[in-house]
Write a protein that binds this ligand. Structure first.
Ligand code: BTN
Length: 249
């Protein structure tokens, strides 16, 4: 409940026991001229994921969206997605869960040679090329939820499962928002922080891009969030796509 939260965050916080989607609500607040607001829910009934997928959001998760108005060109906005991945990874590690980031923004936990998804991030924005009007960063953390309640395809895990006990959602959310607030104001440091937690670098990857699949070794990430891949025919810099980690050949 809202009482469980009582956050002391660098944002104003709007809490809902149940809402269709915190991202949709944050977009509405953006249209009303709001900024620096977090929409937080215990349960979402119409949560959205990347690539127009559903995002299952049962009670017990941390489903939140941060609305803000950074003074940056549209092309820099992907850095906020990486910033969210870093912030949530740090909060997870402080909670005792060794999370890592799969490019660009899936936060995962390794089990042997399997990777299970802990967090999903969906960033939406509006504005002109030279200046963003608003950004909504939606963060879905499988916190105190049973992965058996979530769809199998995502190969989900949760913080409570990894820890073997429930998590204090207030403390976790507080840390997450503090980290995110610091990083959004210092975007020049985001990529370096991201590299620290990246599980993708050094791996063979296959990325489905709008222009077709690209396969090779992921060697680096560049501001504001592009993946650098060494392929058989040269270096490719990929700014968006669905990434799969391949087994070494
Ligand atoms: C993904 O596909 O990996 C991204 C999932 C993003 C889910 C979060 S939960 C809070 C916010 N509200 C939504 O409807 N989606 C995002």
């Amino acid at each position: 409940s809202a009482v469980e939260y009582g956050l002391d965050a660098p944002f104003s916080v709007e809490y809902h026991d149940s809402i269709p989607s915190t991202n949709a609500r944050a977009r509405d607040l953006a249209a009303e001229g709001e900024s620096d607001t977090v929409v937080l829910a215990d349960e979402q009934t119409g949560g959205r994921g990347r690539l127009d997928r559903d995002w299952h959001s049962p009670s017990g998760g941390i489903w939140l969206s941060v609305l803000f108005r950074p003074d940056v060109p549209m092309a820099h906005a992907p850095v906020f997605t990486l910033a969210a991945a870093v912030a949530v990874t740090r909060a997870a590690r402080e909670a005792g869960v060794e999370a890592g980031i799969k490019w660009p923004n899936d936060v995962l936990v390794r089990h042997g040679d399997e990777e299970r998804k802990l967090v999903g991030i969906l960033t939406e924005m509006e504005g002109e090329a030279d200046r963003v009007s608003w950004v909504v960063v939606g963060i879905g953390v499988n916190a105190n939820v049973d992965p058996a309640e979530l769809p199998d395809e995502a190969n989900p895990t949760s913080l409570s499962t990894e820890r073997g006990e429930p998590l204090d959602r207030r403390l976790f959310t507080q840390r997450l928002l503090e980290e995110f607030d610091a990083l959004r104001q210092d975007t020049g440091r985001v990529v370096e922080a991201w590299r620290e937690y990246a599980t993708t670098l050094g791996k063979r990857v296959r990325v489905e891009t709008p222009g077709g699949p690209i396969e090779g070794e992921a060697v680096d990430v560049q501001f504001p969030g592009a993946l650098v891949i060494e392929t058989a025919s040269g270096t490719e810099v990929v700014s968006a796509g669905d990434c799969e980690h391949l087994r070494p050949v």
